[in-house]
Write a protein that binds this ligand. Sequence first.
Ligand SMILES: C[S@@+](CC[C@H](N)C(=O)[O-])C[C@H]1O[C@@H](n2cnc3c(N)ncnc32)[C@H](O)[C@@H]1O
Length: 399
Amino acid sequence: MNDDGLRLLLSRDGWALLESLPPYDEDHALGLSTALRDRGLDPALVSAAMTQSRLRARATTKFGEFARTMLFTQDGLEQATRLTVAARHAKRYADAGATHVADLGCGIGGDAMALAGMGLRVLAVEQDEATAACATLNLGALPSARVVHGDALAVDLTAEGVDAVYADPGRRDGTGRRIFDPEACSPPLGAVLALRTEIPALGVKVAPGIPHSALPADTHAQWVSAAGAVVEAGLWFGALAPEGPGRSALLVGPAGANTMTGTSAPDAPPVPAPQGPLEAYLFEPDGAVIRAGLVDQVCGEVGGHLIDSSIAYVTAPHLVTTPFATAFRVVDRLPFGLKRLRAYLRQRDVGRVTIKKRGTAVEPDVLRRQLDLRGSSETTLVLTRVAGSQTVLVVEPTA
Ligand SMILES: C[S@@+](CC[C@H](N)C(=O)[O-])C[C@H]1O[C@@H](n2cnc3c(N)ncnc32)[C@H](O)[C@@H]1O
């Protein structure tokens, strides 16, 4: 959605058209667009309304029912924090006693909505005009939020009376490609981190791939997974980090949230986990736990050890239920080899395989094609290394 598209939508006719559209359905989108144009509506307006309708439909995974009345740009939606996670951010600010938060680079307003929804005053700054227009509309029902179109780094935080800062630097270049270098993000990570000399209560969202060695010694770094996928790392400073400097993993799911906190300094290497023989159960730690370097703690929780010193699969003799890892019963173990695996699966009438992999270059889709299975049953394979040897584990989910 570009500036022109948004401008059209924000006109009286544009808004009326958007509000009149039925729930988005990809199969009927083309027919609906044609019908609207045939009724004499401006093709540019129809295109803008249909694009927005599609973005709103996609946004329900992040914003639930709120998405139906929000405005998005494509980049803004892709980079927005989902509400379940933004609510956890906002709680940190409320718990720290913050009253007025500057959200520097607020995007379409995902985090700002959660902060203002907690009753905090929010100064939401966004430099992209179309994105700032979206944030203005999305925050319209929250009177404690104010959106400013401008450069976040030019804001005089002290003069604004801000007592806490949140920043989620943009990680896309002008063509929409992802940026991995935190200093190439906008604003650059170093410039954001420098703000804590002025406002110590600082929170910054960074990409989950940030290496531990790049973390400031005074941060509490928390990797977050939502519904099993790692979505971010948050760097928390000052009163926003009551845990103190270190690393943790936060797992947000439909049944609530679970946190695992480590004991090392944020920039220290992970505590090495023990290694040992394959046992009756295999545990796949959540991605946030792995990124936070806390696999040794999963070993402790399930009474197990790694199957290979460099691979984050844990094995243990007994089934232990933990929110921090998915457990499988080990049914069989084969040395990796296409012919042997194909024969094994055909003998057991397997037609469908779920393939998990770690520590191997094998591509699941390629392997699936090579196996060419036709049977009627289904199984789960784990392609990995066990004590250095390429191995296939045949496993069964335990839940
Ligand atoms: C990752 S998005 C923020 C997403 C937001 N937290 C949310 O949940 O919707 C980053 C935003 O920062 C904006 N931005 C980048 N540099 C900026 C700057 N110097 N001043 C203001 N905004 C900036 C980008 O335009 C982008 O919309």
